[in-house]
Design a protein around this ligand. Structure first.
Ligand SMILES: [Zn+2]
Length: 464
């Protein structure tokens, strides 16, 4: 347990709150939309603004890292403590597109504070959550009387996350030596809700595949040829039907090899979350749950691998009828992966599973997009426990654990740096990521400041 007095952190945060919010508003005014060519200059301006702000915060090293696309910001603050653990914080400074006519109540790039919330594009995703680290490290120093952080602190804030991070992996590989860390903290994430602070422990990976089947050289008459040659649409339907067994398990041989199973402790903690399945179904716009037998909805979404049909087609789909055997059929599949699954082995397993089921006379093309690896930090990892303790001190309540069903570039850092990835975010589902009236709850933002103020001491103690 660190000796940082919690009240000193709170007082420091309160004293600097107004200037902190003014600075964040100034950053939100820069429309750093990475997807839109007309904002190329703004994304650069955002990187320069952040780099200058980090220097002002006290980081002795701040650099703009160029990529073939938008620039990233790197900052480093070594610890005077010999043997201090090295921590890398990841976030992004680019934002989703936004326009008043999308349904915003006010200009998305002219932030306003209403009812204890700051509204503006990037308030939660992700500028607000990057920014709490600036005041957080100052509060850490002020409350402990230190002149350098208790950990060797590094920040990498990329500029292309909202455009799919096309150059991120290459950047991480190229700069792996500078980025080397014992732990990666991702602050581009959220908590369960306003009253339930949580730490996310992992994300699923993703493998995507397209299977095209070709039969006759062109569509042919079903009366003249039907029943006597293979039909690619029928073969494709059989393939898709064979994807799952009757228990909802993926039937590709070897698919579950190496899967990290949920522990009883984790299942019990998931079950403590105030999850309401009816509300969840309404959000999904779906009318029933379905999936792998023996698992709850949250477990299915967070901790189990899946196979989904994302698109399927072949043959005539216009009005009326057209009696043909189609020449081709196509399906797009995606597989969400969990810790222990290797995307390359999954791709090979899917390929041989499909090829085994394609009869003579049907030619096939199976292609895979670049895969994203899963990442997971076990509940008993000392760094994860340190994050939960720091958050518990800030929020004054029990911290629960979640996972993320989606996939992201964080896994690249785990992969390239060989360091566990931990997720620390204070955003809540109502923050409206990517939508109109994106906002951040100021109370939670300041809890983020307090959490990071406690975190560096907690991590140094836990990892030494
Ligand atoms: Zn984000």
């Amino acid at each position: 347990m660190s000796d940082t007095p919690d009240s000193a952190v709170r007082t420091y945060t309160e004293q600097h709150r107004a200037a902190f919010l003014d600075d964040l508003a100034a950053w939100l005014r820069i429309p750093s939309v990475s997807a839109q060519p007309e904002h190329v200059g703004d994304v650069r301006r955002s990187a320069e603004w952040l780099s200058a702000k980090l220097a002002e915060t006290g980081f002795p090293v701040t650099e703009i890292w160029e990529t073939p696309g938008a620039p990233a910001v790197f900052a480093e603050w070594p610890s005077e403590d010999p043997g201090a653990p090295v921590v890398l914080v990841y976030g992004h400074h680019d934002v989703q597109p936004a326009a008043r006519e999308d349904g915003w109540s006010t200009d998305p790039f002219e932030p306003v504070i209403r009812d204890g919330r700051m509204y503006g594009r990037g308030a939660a995703d992700d500028k607000g959550q990057v920014f709490f680290h600036t005041l957080g490290v100052r509060a850490h120093l002020a409350a402990t009387g230190r002149t350098t952080p208790a950990v060797h602190l590094k920040l990498l804030i990329e500029g292309e996350e909202e455009s799919g991070s096309p150059h991120f992996r290459a950047l991480a590989e190229e700069r792996a030596a500078r980025l080397a860390a014992d732990v990666v903290i991702v602050s581009d994430t959220g908590m369960w809700d306003e009253n339930t602070p949580t730490v996310c422990t992992g994300m699923r990976g993703l493998a995507e595949c397209e299977i095209e089947l070709n039969g006759p050289d062109q569509d042919i008459h079903s009366g003249s040829f039907g029943g006597a040659v293979p039909n690619p649409a029928t073969v494709l339907a059989r393939l898709v039907a064979a994807l799952h067994d009757t228990e909802g398990r993926v039937a590709v041989p070897g698919f579950y090899d190496g899967v990290t199973e949920l522990t009883e402790a984790e299942r019990a903690l998931f079950a403590e979350l105030p999850f309401d399945e009816d509300t969840w179904l309404r959000t999904a716009g779906s009318y029933a749950t379905a999936g792998e037998a023996g698992y709850s909805t949250l477990e299915r979404v967070w901790a189990r691998p899946t196979a989904e049909v994302n698109g399927i087609g072949g043959g005539y789909q216009g009005a009326g009828s057209k009696t043909v055997i189609p020449s081709s059929a196509l399906v797009k599949l995606s597989f969400r992966l969990v810790a222990g699954q290797d995307p390359e082995r999954i791709q090979e397993a899917v390929r041989s599973w499909a090829e085994d089921r394609i009869p003579a006379g049907i030619r096939h093309r199976i292609t895979f997009s670049p895969a994203t690896r899963p990442c997971l930090t076990p509940l008993d990892h000392p760094a994860l426990q340190a994050v939960a303790r720091a958050m518990g001190r800030a929020f004054g309540t029990k911290i629960l654990f979640t996972r993320e069903g989606g996939s992201g570039p964080a896994a690249d850092l785990q992969d390239v740096l060989g360091a566990p990835v931990l997720f620390l975010g204070i955003s809540v589902p109502s923050d409206g990521w990517h939508g109109p009236d994106e906002k951040v709850e100021l109370g939670l933002l300041l809890k983020g400041v307090e959490t990071t103020a406690h975190l560096w001491g907690e991590l140094a103690d836990a990892l030494r």
